[in-house]
Write a protein that binds this ligand. Structure first.
Ligand code: AMP
Ligand code: MG
Length: 526
């Protein structure tokens, strides 16, 4: 296999002079050279055909022994020097010091069709940044990261991508419930792909050490290769860079809110400098619409990273990035202005996004209220976000609401209710009021029912990767049956399309999944 390598990261940025694999603090460097640990019996579970194409790899090549060996870390791409990146981060609101790629090793950058892609293997053994952990990843978290990165891409959400999912043949010890009962699980490796894996924490680490020289080198590199529209090497340019990062971050969050995605661990080391969704851990999708929901058991008490807080947390994280960039700008005012602008922009874009979900194109001064009332109603009784919005597009705008009691008017969205028996008295009245407002509001629009449905179905996905779906794929994979991984991969490539043969995945979370580990809440253990 031949790759067009262009390793700008290692060519242009300072390396750690120490090339041993001892765990250590690494200063004045963006990365350390390190080799993947060889695996015992690597075996490919799935290869993302779309990514294979993007990287210019042929189908035959992707089926070769060489591909298997390279993407499980057993063979190194000629002329590449694998490395782990150094970064720090604020975890759950506190500065955590140096973190870095503790279990990810970058293979290099491939250029194809004028695009540059960094390739990274996750779960290929310890690096200088592994701290007390083993550098490995288990099958369950790898299936989740692999499927979700691609699913998010097809949903139109900015994200890192995935090329391949493989078993290592090695066993990995994990205590899934953190209850003192560790057990062996199958080890796995995902090859992740992105224009860059730089995170907010990559900049914070230099600022925290007062290393303005290397901070500047890294920011200049980032602007040169990833924000080429921004002026290089000036204070104004650095401010513009921050503004651009802020806009990209905002766009990512709006998209998360649109599809009901909850990241679960929005620490600054998990915030991509390109506003890509990165580091899929204990993430989840809103099933019952609940702004306070988080899938992460580690965050169950404070719910710092709950769905409804993601925008504020992104802003908090941007503030930390602003602090890190400050030494290059030495003027807080323009940075503060950008953070304030984020708040205004978010409020505007959120309304715009929700209006699109409701099929509303025109402006109406009551739209904000209409959205607020809908959000309140979605919480009255457990209501599935994805099914509700997807099916709402079938509402005829000339539907007449009944005078008397009865819930027939909710028929188009009835599949979204987990407890339809609760649709009575007050709850029913609230819904009737909302439908009256919405139907009235639809009269203002010029689209026909069919046109509105078409518009709405482009932003309200039919298929998302619910945790229980991943868990079914994981349980099967654990037994050596990878067909469900492939089935979900294929369905999630067209999340906005009707796929009649896959209706079984367009259902509410089944009751058995409500409490099953991995299906509702997840720990960080991975
Ligand atoms: P995360 O919460 O997954 O974003 O990880 C936070 C930090 O812990 C990062 O620096 C990871 O590289 C590191 N980390 C997580 N799991 C492991 C592991 N099994 N081995 C080594 N480092 C890890
Ligand atoms: Mg991380």
């Amino acid at each position: 296999m031949e790759f067009q390598l262009n390793n700008t990261f290692t060519d242009e940025l300072p390396a750690d002079a120490n090339t041993s694999n001892d765990r250590r603090q690494v200063t004045e460097a963006c990365y350390s050279f390190v080799l993947p640990t060889k695996t015992k019996a690597p075996k490919l579970i799935h290869v993302a055909d779309a990514m294979v194409n993007v990287l210019g790899i042929s189908k035959e090549e992707s089926e070769s022994e060489e591909f298997l060996n390279i993407f499980t870390g057993n063979e190194i791409i000629p002329n590449s020097k694998p490395y782990a990146m150094c970064y720090g981060g604020h975890q759950f609101g506190h500065w955590a010091g140096q973190l870095g790629d503790g279990r990810a090793i970058n293979l290099g950058e491939i250029e194809h069709n004028n695009k540059r892609w960094a390739l990274q293997l996750k779960g290929v053994g310890a690096t200088p940044y592994s701290r007390t952990a083993d550098g490995l990843a288990v099958l369950r978290s790898s299936v989740r990261e692999y499927l979700c990165s691609e699913a998010m891409y097809y949903l139109g959400v900015p994200t890192t991508r995935a090329l391949s999912l493989a078993l290592t043949g090695d066993k990995v010890m994990r205590d899934v419930l953190y209850d003192g009962n560790p057990a062996y699980e199958k080890g796995a490796i995902v090859c992740r792909v992105a224009p860059t894996f730089l995170r907010f924490g990559s900049y914070e680490i230099f600022a925290s050490r007062g290393d303005t020289k290397n901070l500047k080198v890294l920011v200049d590199y980032t602007i040169k290769h990833l924000y080429s529209e921004v002026e290089q090497g000036t204070k104004e340019g650095y401010v513009e860079f921050f503004r651009a990062v802020s806009h990209k971050t905002l766009d990512m969050i709006i998209n998360w809110q649109r599809v009901g995605f909850v990241h679960g661990v929005m620490n600054t080391d998990n915030m991509s400098i390109l506003g890509l969704t990165i580091d899929y851990g204990p993430y989840g999708w809103l099933e019952g619409y609940d702004k306070k929901w988080t899938p992460n058991t580690t965050d169950a008490e404070h719910k710092r990273y709950q769905y409804g807080q993601q925008s504020n947390i992104a802003l908090w994280n941007l503030l930390k990035l602003a602090n890190a960039l400050y030494p290059l700008i030495e003027d807080a005012e323009p940075l503060e202005a950008i953070l304030n602008e984020y708040k205004t922009l978010y409020a505007e874009k959120y309304i715009g996004m929700m209006k699109a979900k409701l099929g509303l194109l025109k402006d109406d001064e009551n739209d904000k209220q209409l959205i607020k009332l809908l959000e309140d109603n979605l919480k009255l009784t457990e209501t599935d976000m994805t099914i509700f919005f997807r099916n709402l597009s079938k509402l005829p705008k000339d539907m007449v609401l009944p005078e008397k009691e009865g819930s027939d008017f909710l028929d188009v969205v009835k599949d979204a209710f987990y407890k339809p028996e609760e649709l009575k008295s007050e709850t029913l009245w609230f819904w009737k009021d909302w439908f009256a407002l919405y139907l009235n509001r639809l009269q203002k629009e010029e689209l026909s029912d069919a046109e509105r449905k078409e518009q709405m179905d482009k932003v309200n996905p039919k298929y998302v990767l619910r945790n229980y779906m991943s868990q079914i794929a994981i349980d099967a994979s654990d037994k050596g049956d990878y067909s469900i991984v492939n089935e979900l991969y294929m369905i999630l490539k067209k999340p906005y399309n009707e796929q009649p043969e896959s209706e079984k995945w367009f259902v509410k979370r089944p009751e058995w999944a409500r409490t099953k580990v991995g299906c509702s809440m997840l720990s960080c253990s991975s």
